[in-house]
Write a new protein. Structure first.
Lengths: 286, 332
């Protein structure tokens, strides 16, 4: 029981790191980016290649994955995404689905269709007993990393100058521009940060979620659930939603394997019916 | 007084002239018939096109006319495919009756789920439609005693069409059958979108508030068109089952919903024939691409999608002067 809870929390934390970038692009910038999972997959593959082919230390791989994917994200934002901020949602959907298809085929081409395995460092392997719960070291590592990141994000968004610039740019882009905030730059940086976090999440999560070319499609729906259930007005909403989803998914797979993912989709649809703007959003939010 | 009268008759004339047959429509249908004799070896490919075209027309009714962005339209396609398959397997193998059953099943499901897509913004609609399609897919996967699960539903044997025409190995009768269904349903859709009902849908799409002010009951209209479109998609799915004699989980897959969006965008949204033209382009394109790069044709499809969006869909569809003229900003 405690083990399931623990695994669920680890899974949920991971989902949060993966999806929080999407919270920003989709929730704050109002861009339907279904290609978010592709960034996560890129992070995962970067780690796999560095770790398995070149023997780079796992701890070094994680920041590399973050920065590499953030750079890719920034590049794509400047060249492609930027043109579509004001486009109708249909265009955004088509565009990002196109990106996903390209990413899947490219990953298949370069890396092959099989599952990728990650050789974790020894100190992160294995499990130990703690207060009756069976705790995986790597799960603990995930929780630690993600908790630190989540707190850092929350502080960055509420306490720093950049955070307030971002919130201003989102709330009213014209006024923000009038106040001398470089709105496009803020958006580009935010997009890069979001993609980087997805890349980092993909790198950390490759061991737990599995990594194959279909990753972006398989987890797209999970990210979307986190964002749409969590609402987009703050970071805490998606965080709680991700935790709930993680625990529910792990518990569901353990206790009722026949029902599988059905419950999660059903719950999502129900939540959307009852509260179209998400469970934790303020009334009258976007 | 007389001035308003002439302007109103002019508007009426314009509306009537829109419903007239155009040269390209006649040419399209004639060539669809001609391929039966000209390319008898490619019947299976053309059947596929006809089915995809019907599916895309169904999406066009929802997206092009009512403006609902759906990422889960495969739900209705799959439901129709499975209900036609199960009906033929367990009840009665008559194709036309099967179509009717599949259409009704999908329409019922469309009616029930239509209330969900009325709420919220584009994103909420996307999520609900996607979620419903995924739920159905998961359900079909789990109920393997009924649907065959991942192995697919096999053993669907069809009786001859109307008791007269056997489904032959070359797919000739299958194609003619699909083409007739496509033709009849396209004509019906044509009537629907040119009727006052169809015009009111356009009004809702372009400005819901103003439509409400001239007393268009927008929710009712959206429920109706969503149900009709679901029936169309179900019939398309049933056609697939009947012509192939097999149903797999693939009919409910996400990529099918994405593909049909691409088809519609290739052909152009909001004038019905976009679905047919898009289906022709898409299927031929896929045929060529998958021959060139068997495993990676998805990449090129993705590239085409990105390219279309970045060049602008409007600009793309405005290229051909043979297309019916339409007012700027009509597509959204």
């Amino acid at each position: 029981m405690l083990t399931i809870l623990f695994d669920g929390i680890a899974y949920g934390m991971l989902l949060f790191i993966l999806a929080c970038g999407l919270t920003i692009t989709l929730g704050l910038m109002n861009f339907i980016n279904l290609a978010h999972g592709a960034f996560a997959m890129a992070g995962g593959y970067i780690t796999v290649v560095l770790l398995n082919r070149y023997g780079v230390s796992f701890y070094l791989c994680l920041p590399i994955a973050f920065f590499a994917v953030a750079a890719v994200g920034a590049l794509l934002e400047r060249t492609l995404y930027r043109h579509l901020y004001d486009a109708p949602h249909l265009d955004q959907v088509l565009f990002s689905v196109g990106l996903v298809f390209m990413a899947i085929a490219a990953a298949d081409y370069f890396m092959g269709g099989q599952q990728q395995l990650i050789n974790l460092p020894d100190e992160l392997r294995g499990r130990f007993e703690f207060m009756g719960a069976d705790i995986g070291r790597y799960r603990l590592f995930i929780i630690g990393c993600c908790a630190v990141l989540a707190i850092a994000l929350q502080l960055a968004l509420t306490r720093t100058r950049f955070g307030s610039q971002l919130r201003a740019a989102v709330d009213d882009g014209r006024v923000a521009r009038g106040l001398g905030i470089n709105v496009p730059l803020v958006f580009a940086l935010t997009f890069a940060l979001g993609s980087g976090l997805a890349g980092l999440g993909g790198a950390i999560g490759a061991e737990m979620l599995g990594l194959d070319p279909n990753f972006p499609l398989k987890f797209m729906i999970y990210f979307l659930i986190v964002v749409s259930v969590g609402g987009t007005s703050s970071i805490t909403g998606p965080f709680l939603a991700a935790l709930l989803l993680g625990i529910a998914d792990v518990a569901g797979k353990y206790y009722a394997p026949q029902v599988g993912a059905f419950v999660i989709y059903a719950v999502m649809v129900l939540v959307l019916i009852v509260r179209p703007h998400g469970l934790f959003s303020r009334e009258g939010g976007r | 007084m007389s001035e308003t009268r002439t302007s109103s008759t002019a508007a009426a004339d314009q509306l009537v002239s829109r419903t007239r047959w155009r040269a390209f429509e006649v040419a399209l249908w004639l060539s669809a018939v001609a391929v039966i004799f000209l390319l008898p070896s490619k019947m299976l490919l053309f059947t596929e096109i006809a089915i995809l075209a019907l599916f895309a027309i169904s999406l066009d009714l929802v997206l092009g006319y009512a403006g609902i962005v759906s990422l889960g339209h495969a739900a209705f396609f799959g439901l129709g495919a499975y209900s036609a398959g199960l009906f033929a397997k367990h009840v009665f193998g008559d194709p036309t009756l099967g179509l009717l059953v599949a259409g009704l099943a999908s329409a019922a499901f469309g009616f029930l789920t239509s209330f969900l897509v009325l709420r919220g913004s584009d994103l909420t609609r996307l999520m609900t439609t996607l979620g419903i399609a995924l739920m159905l897919g998961e359900l079909a996967n789990r109920l393997d005693s009924v649907t065959g699960g991942a192995d697919g539903l096999t053993g669907v044997t069809m009786r001859p069409i109307l008791g007269l025409f056997e489904f032959d190995l070359w797919g000739r009768n299958g194609y003619i059958y699909s083409l007739i269904v496509l033709f009849v349903l396209t004509m019906l859709a044509r009537r629907i979108v040119h009727s006052p009902f169809g015009l009111s849908l356009r009004a809702i799409k372009s400005n819901p508030v103003r439509a409400a002010m001239v007393a268009v009951p927008s929710n009712k209209r959206l429920v109706t068109i969503y149900t009709v479109a679901a029936a169309y998609a179900g019939i398309a799915g049933a056609l697939l089952t009947q012509t192939t004699g097999f149903v797999s989980l693939d009919v409910l897959a996400f990529h099918r919903s994405a593909d049909v969006l691409l088809v519609l965008v290739l052909g152009g949204v909001g004038y019905l024939y976009g679905g047919i033209i898009g289906a022709i382009i898409f299927t031929l394109l896929r045929d060529v691409l998958s021959e060139l790069t068997p495993q990676y044709w998805m990449f090129w499809i993705g590239l085409i999608l990105v390219a279309i969006v970045l060049t602008g869909r409007d600009r793309l569809t405005r290229l051909g002067s043979w297309r019916p003229a339409r007012q700027a900003g009509g597509t959204r």
